[in-house]
Design a protein around this ligand. Structure first.
Ligand SMILES: [Zn+2]
Length: 414
């Protein structure tokens, strides 16, 4: 298990990089090698972008590779999809890492490296759950589909493409880092860009110009107020979070000279979408807040802030917390650990919403903590990966139904 996690983490599969495709090819090879029925297909991102239903993309990508491995059942049982993304976010400041992010290391029961928690270890847990069942000779009536997808972090190209292939299942588990809690719902996240114009002049005569940075600070305050309003009342599944639906600015670019009043400021951010709110409603709320600000400022009235929606557009999504899948994962987890897995919604968008929208009940349950998911020295404990794999084995045996009519001791792989 550790070898498999380390092998996957060693691929620097940052969204848009060649390694994003190479890791998919490597997994296809590994899954084929152990006798699973592997299907791969080429993804054409340019073609995807033509579809108004495409969830968006934030990096340049010329190609992609879809990979699934099917463990065929004996027939008549429900199909379970175990889906994980293999793309990772960039490592950020390398000085903040105590070891190189793509040279995973395993010390004291902990594996460190970019993509360990989010979510290569989770994908390995799913894969090894299937391998262990086959090694024990279990035969299930339903199929199990292992899916590796890319492009999750910047929109969900891989899962979009998987669903477009007509691949479907009766339920799906995504082993994203939930710290082995059960997450049946995700808030949405919409990426936006604000373009704020000012009037440039020499800084020594600054009162005669209009600073785009100063106007940006007005926008920042208006967005802070909007965030407070949008979080005044939240769904019970989201009550554990101090801010259930964050509205945050991630990049600001302004000015090109220290002693010039800047005439352009471009800020990008993400708007959280509430459970059961449509992306259209959320976009309108932000646009109206910006319009309200502009209406009260003489300069902005004449030069309104432009709002663009681009990149990842994650709708919210939810599986009913009373769905039998939630109960099944919870019972399996409890029988192994003696502990009760908590059930709640997560404030981030993920592939869950695409699967739920396609009619596939989906929950997230996986090793690692989402807090350290995009942080330096990202890590996961081997113990949690093992627990996740064991839970998934129990879930598969019950959900896909052990076939009592056949020999359940004949090993499928030596
Ligand atoms: Zn993830």
């Amino acid at each position: 298990m550790v070898d498999a996690v380390e092998r996957l983490v060693a691929h620097p599969s940052i969204g848009g990089s060649p390694a994003e495709v190479e890791i998919q090819r490597d997994l296809a090879h590994l899954w084929e090698h152990e006798g699973l029925d592997v299907t791969t297909w080429t993804i054409d991102p340019a073609q995807c972008l033509l579809d108004p239903g495409f969830p968006g993309m934030e990096v340049d990508r010329e190609t992609g590779l879809g990979v699934i491995a099917r463990w065929a059942g004996t027939g008549g049982g429900p199909t379970m999809l175990l889906l994980g993304h293999t793309d990772v976010v960039p490592p950020g400041d390398l000085h903040a890492w105590s070891s190189p992010p793509f040279q995973p290391h395993h010390v004291d029961g902990r594996i460190t490296g970019r993509g360990t928690a989010d979510m290569k270890a989770g994908l390995v847990a799913a894969w090894l759950a299937v391998r262990a069942l086959r090694q024990q000779g279990r035969r299930l009536r339903g199929d199990v589909i292992l899916a590796a997808v890319s492009g999750e972090e910047d929109g969900g190209m891989g899962t979009y493409s998987l669903l477009a292939q007509g691949i479907t299942a009766d339920a799906c588990i995504i082993p994203e880092p939930t710290d082995l809690d059960i997450v049946p719902a995700n808030g949405g996240a919409l990426t936006f860009r604000l373009t704020i114009r000012g009037a440039a002049t020499h800084a020594s005569r600054r009162s005669e110009g209009i600073s785009a940075i100063e106007k940006f600070t007005l926008a920042l305050r208006a967005l802070d107020e909007l965030e407070v309003q949008r979080n005044a009342v939240v769904d019970p599944l989201m009550e554990r979070w101090s801010i259930a639906y964050p509205l945050a600015i991630g990049t600001v670019h302004a000015g090109d000279w220290a002693s010039t009043v800047p005439d352009l400021c471009i800020a990008e951010g993400r708007l959280g979408v509430a459970l059961d709110e449509s992306p259209e409603q959320a976009r309108l709320a932000l646009e109206q807040a910006v319009q309200g600000l502009c209406a009260h400022d003489p300069w902005l009235r004449e030069h309104p802030i432009d709002v663009q929606w681009w990149g990842g557009q994650f709708a919210p999504g939810r599986t009913d917390p009373d769905h039998p899948l939630v109960d099944l994962v919870g019972r399996a987890h409890q029988s192994l650990t003696g502990a009760t897995a908590q059930v709640y919604g997560a404030p981030y968008g993920s592939d869950l919403r695409l699967l739920v929208a396609a009619g596939i009940p989906t929950v997230q349950y996986g090793p690692g903590d989402s807090r350290i998911a995009h942080a330096p020295n990202e890590w996961v404990t081997v113990g949690d990966v093992v627990t996740c794999a064991h839970t998934l084995m129990l879930v598969l045996e019950e959900f896909c139904e052990i076939d009592a009519a056949v020999d359940n001791t004949q090993q499928e792989i030596p």
